[in-house]
Design a protein around this ligand. Structure first.
Ligand SMILES: *[C@@H]1O[C@H](CO)[C@@H](O)[C@H](O)[C@H]1NC(C)=O
Ligand SMILES: *[C@@H]1O[C@H](CO)[C@@H](O)[C@H](O)[C@H]1NC(C)=O
Length: 412
């Protein structure tokens, strides 16, 4: 730039920057996932507290190595096996690389990772998004031990044992984390509002699927999220929350119920999981339904990631906030809404946050969408804009988790 030109531009730029800083700091709480009082240091391994793996950008990188696995991995779940189901763009989907702003994200080295995990076990507990995560993990680790065998003991829903390293990695399905069960309406009860029955949730009791496994695993990764919605539990078959064996009165709505469940589950984890086990809580990965809910022809036929909000000179809300900010009341607002409650419940605990939300928010292009492997699946279930293609974005989650686990074991 010509020197004269630049000096005449300088004052307006400084002014604009000040305006931007003011606007930015004023709106910061609304435009990031972190409430301002959130003590990030507590949840991250100490020396990586300045190194945040969750802030960054997706960069198209044609030199990125190919995924570790393909459609032949025996741990695949059919509906997420996008290569087998011939999803368009799989090459491009896997050429995007997550590049954190202030630190390096290494690709997992399955041999080294399993070597360091020898005689230890990793457990996932929660809903199908944790199962999605697990499948990616199993397929990646299998590269280092082709003798990996399916493993479903101790109430696990899905998992594998890696005999070369004596390592078990498994998923325990507990979609609400708390115990819940269906109670059909008693015939003696008079008809009210078409109620067919209730799902009783015992807020103070973990689900049977994981209540007794907390000593078996050295690393535990919890989640819950997309089941806390009225699409899963409409008013004819609602969740009703119980404590000490009795219905909570007055009855709690879904989000209040979630809050109480979170408090109780976190307390249980703090009390029952051995002190030297590593505990993570992965935040929601968002859904990407465009044009309607999953049952209203909502679609995610995108060929590239969404664009970030612009914060260069003035704040221009980009696609991410338009899609996900709860104040826009869109169909995909749930992740940020729930995350807020989860972060609150985890404050002051030694459960590390695995904040996969922001990086996943970009990736509207990476869901199975209409490529579900069954002819009628889309007409019955709609597109899948919630789970993720494998190989795909969950492989990046695996890289992040592996890096944090190795770091914690080395320093811990
Ligand atoms: C395998 O690991 C478990 C801990 O998960 C340990 O108790 C057991 O002794 C190990 N087995 C061998 C053969 O090292
Ligand atoms: C979804 O799309 C189908 C076919 O285009 C149409 O018949 C149906 O009415 C749509 N449903 C909704 C809820 O928009």
């Amino acid at each position: 730039m010509h020197p004269k030109l630049s000096s005449s531009f300088l004052p307006p730029i400084i002014f604009l920057s000040l305006v931007f800083l003011f606007v930015y700091s004023t709106f910061l709480p609304f435009y990031t996932n972190k409430p301002p009082s959130f003590p990030a240091k507590k949840f991250l391994p100490s020396s990586s507290s300045s190194c945040n793996l969750f802030d960054g950008n997706w960069v198209l990188d044609s030199t990125k190595p190919k995924p570790f696995y393909d459609d032949s991995c025996p741990f695949h779940r059919n509906a997420w096996n996008c290569l087998k189901n011939k999803r368009d763009n799989m090459g491009i989907i896997n050429s995007w690389k997550w590049v954190p702003n202030d630190c390096r994200l290494e690709r997992i080295d399955p041999w080294r990772f399993l070597g360091l995990m020898r005689n230890r076990n990793i457990g996932f507990v929660g809903d199908s998004l944790n199962e999605n995560f697990l499948v990616s993990f199993l397929c990646v680790l299998r590269v280092a031990d082709s003798g990996a065998k399916k493993w479903k003991k101790k109430g696990a829903w899905r998992g594998a044992y890696f005999p070369k390293y004596n390592v078990t990695v498994a998923y325990h399905r507990a979609v609400l984390l708390a115990k819940y069960k269906w109670k059909p309406k008693q015939s003696t009860v008079s008809d009210q509002d078409g109620l067919k029955g209730i799902y009783r949730v015992d807020v103070d009791s973990p689900a049977d699927e994981w209540i007794s496994i907390t000593n078996f695993y050295d690393v535990l990764v919890f989640n819950t999220g997309h089941w806390w919605g009225y699409d899963k539990f409409p008013k004819e078959t609602p969740l009703v929350f119980y404590q000490h064996g009795r219905p909570i009165s007055p009855p709690l709505g879904l989000l209040d119920g979630l809050q109480v469940v979170l408090e109780n589950m976190v307390r249980y984890i703090e009390k029952e999981v051995p002190k030297n086990s590593l505990k993570f809580w992965r935040l929601q990965s968002p859904r990407h339904f465009y044009g309607g809910e999953w049952n209203q022809n909502g679609s995610c036929l995108f060929d590239k990631p969404l664009e970030e909000d612009q914060r260069i000179l003035i704040l221009i809300p980009g696609q991410l906030d338009l899609w996900f900010d709860p104040s826009n009341n869109g169909v995909n607002k749930e992740a940020r809404t729930l995350n807020h409650l989860i972060k609150e419940a985890l404050q002051g605990t030694n459960i590390q946050l695995l904040d996969l939300t922001h990086l996943s928010e970009f990736r509207a292009d990476a869901h199975p969408a209409i490529w579900l492997g069954k002819k009628d699946a889309v007409s019955i279930w709609g597109q899948d804009c919630m789970h993720w293609c494998l190989p795909g974005v969950p492989d990046t989650w695996v890289d992040i988790l592996a890096q944090l686990i190795l770091y914690s074991f080395k320093t811990g």
